[in-house]
Design a protein around this ligand. Sequence first.
Ligand code: 5AD
Ligand code: SF4
Length: 449
Amino acid sequence: MTETAQGEKTVEGAKKLFIKTYGCQMNVYDSQRMAEAMGSEGYVLTETAEDADMVLLNTCHIREKAAEKLYSDLGRLKPLKAERPDLKIGVAGCVAQAEGAEIQRRMPLVDLVVGPQAYHRLPKMVREGGGVDTEFPAEDKFEHLPKSPATRRAPTAFLTVQEGCDKFCAFCVVPYTRGAEVSRPVDRILTEARDLVSRGVRDITLLGQNVNGWHGAGADGGDWELGRLIRALAEIDGLDRIRYTTSHPNDMTDDLIEAHGNEAKLMPYLHLPVQSGSDRILKAMNRKHTAEEYLRLIERIKAARPDIVLTSDFIVGFPGETDEDHAATMALVEKVHFGMAYSFKYSPRPGTPAADRPEVDAAVADARLQELQALLTRQQKATQESMVGRELSVLVEKAGRLDGQMIGKSEYLHAVFIENAGDTKVGDLVRVRITRSEANSLGAALIRA
Ligand code: 5AD
Ligand code: SF4
């Protein structure tokens, strides 16, 4: 017996699908939906490519390194395909969208290429033996995906509410690979959320490339924004935690900030990318806000929810960045104090406005990245250490390696290792006392009622 793509049990001998997911959380969600769609074609998930009848690589195009991973992985699949020519190889996701048929020209072992807006057509493509589909069809792919049977789910889940981006930051491929901003309608989101909760989900992260730009027609006929949607989701019994990612500073509305202050189910955690602390660079990046405006926004968010943990994204070495610009980024980080942040060296992406601008010296960019990461690591450590001694709630996700140990997430999204957790089960929401802080996690003792 094997676990199918949809989670049911089937007999050995079913066709096997191996999916590798690169990049962001939306790709994780998409991979899950594609697995479900292929489940209706009789495919079950498997752990390795060697074992599979079909390999699907769900790719990321955000930086050059992420995109190149696809080609090194395809290279590694060559001997397997030579041995078993009937092995189907598919490329999905943002590299598929950006490069289309070029992927097959460079790597003829690829049978099918499917962009992120066309993956509901994947089962048909597989039946027909392959092809390339990078269209942006008018139909809603989510509505055309085979429905999954009502199997149990893990306690946390992603739910895509918005896709695409109209912001056109000068460095970013997303507006080209994921297309224009599209919001899913309220009723479909609420239906999907209720379905997830009925299957054991207690914590939902709303996903979108520009999720706080989400808006849709509500049941009352009005145009809802994200804060209103969060309040409607919070009314679902059994749903305990709501998060959303990833946001643009210019779409943090008053109502959304207010929700952070008074909606108990909205977790005290916010990922709000700023990219740079220099006004000159922010302008060159087409971010359409200044460092000061970002800082004022942070002040308002902290006023609504003083204990909120803030995280962010940074790019160092953007074309034209000087030592002074970098110092401004360091100063902004000092002022905000982030709980965690991702920082990247600028990677020129074909087709984006910044791609042709003169690059910063690689060694200089490396040194800036190191300096920024050292500061961000210090802030992360301080944030985690501030949790020690506090009583927090943890949603248990899995058993740890040690006897009696369970692992879950706190309100602030820290991984928490609970020792001597007794009869605590996956899916329990428990009270704990934080006892220690490690590099990327916290340790805790259960508070027994
Ligand atoms: N180079 C480096 N980092 C990038 N990001 C997006 N595009 C690029 C690029 N061309 C980073 C941004 C974004 C995160 C998802 O990836 O910081 O917020
Ligand atoms: Fe890319 Fe985000 Fe800018 Fe949109 S807002 S272009 S997704 S960095």
